[in-house]
Design a protein around this ligand. Sequence first.
Ligand code: GLA
Length: 401
Amino acid sequence: MEGSVVVWLTCSLLAISCSVNAVYTYDPKSIRRRNLLANGLASTPPMGWNSWNHFNCMIDEKIIKETADALISTGLAKLGYKYVNIDDCWAEIYRDEKGTLVPKKSTFPSGIKALADYVHSKGLKLGIYGDAGYYTCSKKMPGSLGHEEHDAKTYASWGIDYLKYDNCNTDGSKPTIRYPVMTKALMSAGRPIFFSLCEWGDMHPALWGSKLGNSWRTTNDIADTWESMISRADENEVYADYARPGGWNDPDMLEIGNGGMTKDEYIIHFSIWAISKAPLLIGCDVRNITKETMEIISNKEVIAVNQDKLGVQAKKVRMEGNLEVWAGPLSDYRVALVLLNRGPDRTAITAYWDDIGIPPKSSVVARDLWEHKTLEPRFVGNLSATVDSHACKMYVLKPVS
Ligand code: GLA
């Protein structure tokens, strides 16, 4: 085949085996064409808020506006929480005579454009929710299947900055058929829109998501419990190699502040999401946020790990029963580290340099990100800490010699 290359790539990832048969013309332009999405967004994981975890379908424009106000007044916006994302249930069940989605009259009477203007006037960004099927998951509003171009243009004209795109009530075809249609539609809609693929990890979107979107869910919906949170962290971790600037693994939104876990468990939730370069989308009612929740989600040092410019997702580098060491590289030769105790007893956990990519004889300065303290003295070879049940320690390590 002249000028063409046939690539048969067979890969296996843990228990997953896949075959990708790609045929493309071998010239530089075609390489670019293979990546449908080039919107220049998501150089670091997105940060913001989403309505679903706390409000489900009980949303209206007042809640969205007050949330934008609260992100400003609490100082969260300044820390990077910029996206105000409306989830399911914002539209009427019918489209108008031109086929355009209609904001629900009883709850969003001013329309989405007015809301976007309001949110933008505060220096924030507005996100919205759609579905690659006939109806969204709530079945209370239409999906975009067959209307992708029209809906993408509508979103752009309203000033939307972020689209979460769900996978309910479809025609049964694969997401790899339906999602690219919306990617292309967004790319020609005239406005850069962050594209969040919400396919729940069913078809291993980490393997194909970076060509289509800026993030991809790797798990089913999170619930506000320890088991749900920690199992999503586990499921997301196996795809660590696929995260990178421009496209991130998404183990679902934060539950911190919704009341179902202890303070230490919420600290684990935030630490693991941060080190895993997950989107940090607050899922509680920020209008009535407690001091404890603020203390967790406004930890600048943990946020800095998430937003580090290197953009490498951490992995579990050692597991001994309930005791785990998670680590990943940061810029400037630093390493982010979490010592996690999933068990019932207070126990010592050790991270060995050998396991976390630091030369064994290096002397290391360790910064404790929850105590906000640089530890004395320096550490050589390993770092040990005693960690409470269902608690963690988080550090940034900097080799100095
Ligand atoms: C799915 C998604 C959730 C949420 C709901 C809304 O379950 O995974 O995050 O968007 O739909 O109905």
